[in-house]
Design a protein around this ligand. Structure first.
Ligand SMILES: CC(C)(COP(=O)(O)OP(=O)(O)OC[C@H]1O[C@@H](n2cnc3c(N)ncnc32)[C@H](O)[C@@H]1OP(=O)(O)O)[C@@H](O)C(=O)NCCC(=O)NCCS
Length: 186
């Protein structure tokens, strides 16, 4: 495995972000990893990916996408941190009590798993969360996605005991229950 760097994406990199997302949605674990199908994602117009990259680019405040970039410029993994403001309602319709980060879109290419890429992405995402003053970082994971849960424990996340039902608007995923893992600010 060659070296890599972890960095935030730029808005003009939307094509690379789109390609990695579409690859993730074809992963053998995609059914229990993401609340979106490949078919839905591939049908989205370029403007969707452009706006998403703009939102997650360096000029943005409430969202930040980090990627692991291999020596040749290839993107080999990604995490995105969403800021959830205290007093707001989260995507599941539940109240947000503390100003926190929500990690989504966790994906590492198979040949880069089991090494330093996943911890590196989380280090960058969590560090950014503390920099912008978030009190804790959380994520949701499918109860059967044991590999992801193992990876999250290794980077300091623990189950909070909260289960979150997936609300309407997520197609066949609606009605599933995800479990919450959290990492408190140390
Ligand atoms: C989730 C993902 C980012 C994790 O990164 P990773 O580099 O594969 O994680 P690691 O292999 O370092 O860590 C996983 C840990 O869980 C363990 N594990 C793997 N499968 C397991 C299982 N079925 N049951 C219990 N533990 C398991 C591994 O042994 C490892 O722990 P160890 O290093 O102490 O042995 C990556 O696997 C991925 O992209 N998966 C597909 C997309 C996905 O599931 N995303 C998460 C959405 S919530």
């Amino acid at each position: 495995m060659n070296g890599f760097v972890v960095r935030g994406i730029r808005a003009d990199e939307w094509r690379l972000a789109k390609a990695l997302r579409l690859e993730a949605l074809k992963d053998s674990a995609a059914d229990i990893a993401f609340l979106e199908t490949y078919e839905d994602a591939v049908a989205r117009p370029d403007s969707f990916w452009q706006e998403r990259a703009l939102g997650a680019g360096e000029a943005a405040g409430g969202v930040r996408q980090f990627v692991a970039e291999a020596a040749g410029g290839e993107w080999v993994g990604s995490v995105t941190v969403l800021v959830e403001e205290a007093g707001s309602v989260d995507w599941a319709g539940l109240p947000v009590e503390r100003r926190q980060g929500h990690v989504v879109g966790v994906y590492v290419r198979p040949e880069w798993r089991g090494g330093e890429v996943t911890p590196g992405l989380f280090e960058a995402g969590v560090e950014w969360a503390w920099e912008v003053g978030l009190e804790r970082v959380r994520l949701l994971v499918h109860p059967e996605n044991l590999r992801a849960q193992g990876a999250y424990r290794k980077v300091g996340f623990v189950p909070s005991g909260v289960s979150v039902p997936v609300g309407e608007g997520f197609g066949d995923f609606s009605g599933e229950v995800e479990i919450e893992f959290v990492r408190e600010r140390g």
